[in-house]
Design a protein around this ligand. Structure first.
Ligand code: AMP
Ligand code: MG
Length: 350
């Protein structure tokens, strides 16, 4: 069995069924592609008539999205919006405007935990960049009034940020949104069976060619890149994972992670080690994974009780799993003893 590590999820390699190996019909050919985009490793495994074309288009789409959404310099949509903050509106691609509208609408459900306009804070901390630093409180006090999603205006393809110094950072939703973009490309190319991983976000399309479901691993945040504590099946859904264990920097023995609380301006100290959210819409899954991480365990469990599908590991080695995933979920035997497993029923369910 091949295993490939991704940031939050592990892809468990294809095992062809005995029936296919026995060879009534030749198994469809598997194609794989590995690349680097959006600051992370991208891998695709897919089957279908125009699979190579589709995989190439997905890689092109990711490169295009990376350019459009990049915060730094350049001619990308987000960089231009950020540079124009406090001035006139900026014309952007329809995809950018659409994603901004979706992100702003989702952000309104986060009760202040998620902010599309978090860029002044993420840039000041620089945790995903080359020179992270601890931002002094006086500086944070100056930046916090600039973080306010209600001020962002998107009309048609024109975007305004009213105050100088404001900025958009779609890092909390972009990879999931890219999964949604890939889904369309696979569809257009007749690819009905595919597994795509973009960092901690995995999209499973259809089933494997033998009809069995795609299986992904939920990474052990305390273990190595290839260790996982549980597996579950994914069907035509995206799982997005957020955690503090991969992108952070340390100073004077303190860890500063890449998710910043929009209200305090400080890197979040969550009692969640890792949370994976599963949704048919990749952007929605990615939005909620970041939001639940910021919310912390108790509030995040409310999302599961309301019927949201998620896997959540807290800092007490308690693993919470939506009851809807029960049939599809398995603890990895070797890790099983260390974790306390709780299935969370949706409210109103039996
Ligand atoms: P994720 O890995 O999906 O949880 O997203 C983390 C990324 O989202 C960070 O690297 C930032 O680009 C961005 N981000 C950080 N804090 C927030 C926040 N509170 N709301 C929205 N996006 C954020
Ligand atoms: Mg996210």
């Amino acid at each position: 069995m091949k295993k490939r590590a991704t940031q939050g999820m592990i892809l468990i390699g294809t095992v062809l069924s005995l029936a296919l190996l026995a060879g009534c019909a030749a198994p469809p050919e598997e194609y794989t592609s590995a690349s680097f985009a959006m600051n992370t490793v991208v891998s695709q495994t897919a089957y279908g008539p125009r699979v190579q074309q589709a995989m190439q288009e997905v890689n092109q789409m990711l490169a295009g999205q990376e350019k459009r959404l990049s915060l730094y310099g350049g001619e990308g949509d987000i960089a231009r919006i950020n540079a124009a903050a406090g001035g006139g509106g900026t014309e952007v691609a329809p995809e950018t405007a659409g994603l901004l509208r979706q992100a702003q609408a989702l952000s309104a459900q986060s009760e202040g935990a998620f902010a599309v306009t978090v860029a002044p804070l993420t840039l000041a901390w620089g945790i995903t960049g080359d020179s992270p630093r601890v931002v002094p409180q006086e500086e944070l006090d100056g930046l916090l009034p600039l973080v306010d999603d209600t001020l962002l205006r998107v009309e048609g393809q024109t975007v305004w940020l009213p105050k100088e110094g404001m900025g958009i950072d779609l890092g909390g939703i972009a990879k999931g949104a890219a999964c949604a973009g890939a889904r369309q490309i696979y569809e257009e190319n007749g690819v009905e069976s595919a597994l795509l991983s973009i960092g901690g976000n995995v999209y499973a399309r259809g089933t494997k060619p033998d009809g069995s479901p795609w299986k992904v691993g939920f990474r052990d945040p305390q273990g190595g890149e290839e260790s996982y504590i549980a597996t579950f099946h994914l069907r035509d859904e995206v799982v997005a994972v957020s955690g503090g264990y991969e992108r952070y920097f340390e100073q004077d023995g303190k860890k500063y992670i890449h998710i910043i609380h929009p209200r305090t301006g400080l890197p979040v100290e969550s009692d969640i080690l890792s949370v994976g959210v599963i949704d048919p819409d990749g952007a929605v899954a990615d939005f909620w994974s970041t939001t639940l991480f910021v919310w912390g365990r108790d509030k995040a469990l409310g999302y599961l009780r309301r019927g949201g599908k998620a896997v959540l590991l807290d800092n007490q080695n308690r693993l919470y799993v939506s009851a809807a995933l029960r049939e599809d979920f398995a603890l990895v035997a070797a890790a099983g003893t260390g974790y306390e497993l709780h299935f969370v029923e949706a409210e109103g369910a039996a």
